[in-house]
Design a binder for this molecule. Sequence first.
Ligand SMILES: Cc1cc2nc3c(=O)[nH]c(=O)nc-3n(C[C@H](O)[C@H](O)[C@H](O)COP(=O)(O)O)c2cc1C
Length: 191
Amino acid sequence: MAKKIQINNHDFAYPTPVFIVGVNVDNKANFMPASWVTRVNVKPNIMAVSINTNRHSYKGILEHKVFSLNLASTNLVTETDYCAIVSGKKEDKSGVFNSFYGELEQAPMIEESPICAECKVTTTVDLDDHALVVAEVINTYIDEECLTDNKPDINKIKPFVFTMPDNNYWVTGEYLAPAWNIGKKLKKSQS
Ligand SMILES: Cc1cc2nc3c(=O)[nH]c(=O)nc-3n(C[C@H](O)[C@H](O)[C@H](O)COP(=O)(O)O)c2cc1C
């Protein structure tokens, strides 16, 4: 059995997805990579994003109560990383990606991203340095060529993941096994 040693409590959530949050702040689109993003409810379809309240993007979220979530794919890694290095407080990031808008009108989505969602904030929970922004997904858009049999295809979408504390991006790996299926072989009952 491998020997367990204690590590820093910050190093536990590993790896995380990479999305880009799109907001309008002071009449300009702004983009911010976010990895602390997850689905938290099915009906309605709710996502939660944890955002440091000092971020320029948070100002836009408070202003309009809407934002977009755009999956970062490998061909966008440089632009995505740039948006993490520089705050919209200091540099105009509106031209890093081409924006398009949907029903919510103030949630800039990224044309170059294969999957985008426009989200409407329902609740914000103050956590201390971050706020948990809880939002309903109003509409989701995908590049048609990223579908196989009408479902999003990971090999076409080409997402990447983020690891901390080494601070690196990684492409997703090989196919492993079918979910809600491979574990059936350990079931004791047939029902
Ligand atoms: C891969 C990655 C993921 C990140 N995830 C988050 C996150 O979930 N929440 C957050 O507040 N900041 C996160 N950041 C930091 C912001 O992207 C960064 O501070 C950005 O410059 C903020 O931009 P803004 O001030 O224009 O909003 C992340 C950075 C990287 C590199």
